[in-house]
Design a protein around this ligand. Structure first.
Ligand code: AMP
Length: 302
């Protein structure tokens, strides 16, 4: 089965204490789309300006991403710039230029509307709802958000939650949204707002999956080579949804596996800037790291 992904497409400038790179391919939909492309075909919905580099369009196509729903508008592509501290968990947004995003109101191509799996990556909740409204009974809908929308668009975000199957957020967003300090309470509270499942990502400490009366705690890969954490969350969710679509099952065991596959792709992505590492990633690399996750989580009862 295929997956429809909407979100931002950006030219990013990213600064870490050791390196700085300009006009990198970024945006939540870029990361999520390429991640999902390791598992299945992707129908992308997004907007770029006419300054968007052609090699980036070719990169999408190389990753099984259908561009029928990509609008190329007159104007400049969305731009974002951020800076990391030595503790790479801490990031500061330096600038955001919406550019063509200001006029984005996508009408989905007819052939996209029956896509069974959907990932609404980080964009304004009103736009996530607008895309979802055009879908014909999707089988499983995943959505992500960010601090900005929790602060400025709480109402539409709360309207979205009962309409989705899985809500993904990071730990600070979970605390901000629910006003709970404890993540277990935060996860349960978010479940109470309507989604069937909730995932809380804890960066280098793994993630929690809530739903069906259970909590599953997935470990993080013990990574030594972290270069750029940008897009880790989007790769997680893209890999997660892509895997579910590829097996076309959404039971508890499959969701746990999807969490691990999402974590595998995210752990590779942070090894280099932008989508650099995912360009050389192979199915063999994915399986090998999945196996490390499996062994790492196993213990024998004493
Ligand atoms: P993450 O590291 O998962 O938070 O995602 C990083 C990506 O989010 C970057 O590539 C940015 O281009 C994109 N981004 C930053 N701000 C926004 C925003 N306000 N709306 C949509 N995407 C954004």
């Amino acid at each position: 089965m295929s997956v429809l992904i909407t979100g931002s497409i950006a030219l990013d400038t990213v600064k870490t204490p050791l390196e700085e790179h300009h006009d990198l391919l970024g945006g939540s939909a870029s990361y999520a789309g390429v991640a999902a492309g390791f598992f299945t075909h992707v129908n992308l919905v997004g907007i770029v300006g006419n300054d968007f580099p052609r090699p980036y369009l070719e990169l999408y196509q190389k990753h099984r991403i259908n561009l029928d729903g990509l609008e190329i508008a007159n104007g400049k592509t969305f731009r974002w710039s951020g800076e990391y501290e030595w503790d790479m968990n801490n990031r500061r947004t330096l600038s955001t230029e919406l550019n063509v995003f200001e006029q984005f109101r996508p009408a989905l191509p007819e052939q996209y509307r029956a896509t069974p799996y959907v990932f609404l990556a980080n964009i304004a909740p009103e736009l996530q709802l607008h895309v979802l409204d055009q879908m014909q009974r999707p089988r499983f809908v995943v959505a992500d958000t960010m601090d900005l929308w929790i602060e400025t668009a709480r109402e539409p975000l709360l309207q979205l939650l009962p309409r989705i199957d899985c809500f993904v957020m990071n730990e600070s967003e979970a605390r901000q949204l629910t006003r709970q300090t404890n993540l277990i309470k935060a996860g349960r509270m978010a479940l109470g707002w309507g989604p069937k499942h909730v995932v809380i990502k804890k960066g280098e400490h793994g993630c929690l999956l809530f739903g069906d009366g259970h909590v599953f705690s997935a470990p993080a890969y013990p990574l030594e080579d972290l270069h750029d954490p940008t897009g880790a969350g989007d790769c997680f969710a893209g890999g997660f949804t892509g895997y579910l679509a590829s097996v076309n099952r959404v039971d508890g065991d499959t969701l746990r596996n999807a969490v691990i596959y999402g974590s595998v792709i995210a752990s590779f992505n942070v090894e280099s800037f932008s989508l650099g590492r995912l360009q050389t990633l192979t199915q063999h690399d994915i399986i090998q790291r999945y196996e490390i996750f499996r062994v790492m989580s196993q213990f024998v009862a004493g």
